[in-house]
Ligand binder design. Sequence first.
Ligand code: PEP
Ligand code: MN
Length: 337
Amino acid sequence: MVIVLKPKCNPESIEILSQEIRKMGVRVEKVVGSDYTILGLLGDTSGINTERIAIHPIVHRIMQVEEPYKRANKLFHPEPTRVHIGDRIIGGDQVALIAGPCSVESEEQIVSLARAVKKMGAGFLRGGAFKPRSSPYSFQGLGFKGLELLKTARAETGLPIVSEILSEDMVERFNEDVDIIQVGTRNMQNFMLLRELGRANKPVLLKRGIAATLEEWLMSAEYILAEGNPNVILCERGIRTFERYTRNTLDLSAIPSIKHMSHLPVIVDPSHATGIAWMVAPMARAAVAAGADGVMIEVHDNPDKALSDGQQAMKTQELERLIGDLQTIAAILGRSM
Ligand code: PEP
Ligand code: MN
């Protein structure tokens, strides 16, 4: 349930009303917007006496929230969330570019790619240190050594680093080492991990589960938000359909849908969505045109030799051309990149 207060009511009367509602057995969360202040009621609202609240002089209106996600709901938080990472922002008017290899392979590889993508204007460096591969016999990543190499690349370029976490026991280390903690598609419903990340103080990039509905995805974000971490960035990376030509099916309609349902920023990963290097550019352009707050793209200096996902990696020169297009599309939409 959401209570929208009349404009310009004083803080004391808001506090008195909040106290009164708390006595009805729910938690009250206050959101101060530019025009309205909103009280979000969390917990079992079935015992709430709405008539008593409605006659309160500072109450403008009461809305029942049917969706099970509360903190991720746009009703609770009408302004779009802007996630700050140092001096960079994901969400709002900015369109972010996260680029880098699927896996961190060596110091030389990650540092040279970091320099190349930085020069082109990427805002963030990605790189998997722990790789959740479908086969236990495939390259599993360099592990913590990979994280160290990412930190070296960050020190060389100043680019914030994004890397995927696999389990709850890694949260402390990731919280210290990386700038954005990525939760992969396979872990979208690892609720223990999500809860633990809710207690971390780094932003979380939450990828959509391979067969997750939008509501399930937002409920996973809710796990993180409910523990107190407000910095969740959603990432659409394609879903499993009957189509086998592409690795997954990029659900571009997820972008306007999420924007309608939630205040959280949503970015797109066209690399895992398509699995085909030449298809990444058109899908990245489509994602920005559809209103995505950013794109995450896999690049490699030598895709044929990549230890994972070489078939979908763009070469750095190709990425440079794409960035020009994305900037043009962003500008048409009144955004900057
Ligand atoms: C990745 O980003 O490298 C990755 C494994 O992505 P996903 O979880 O979307 O498959
Ligand atoms: Mn990959």
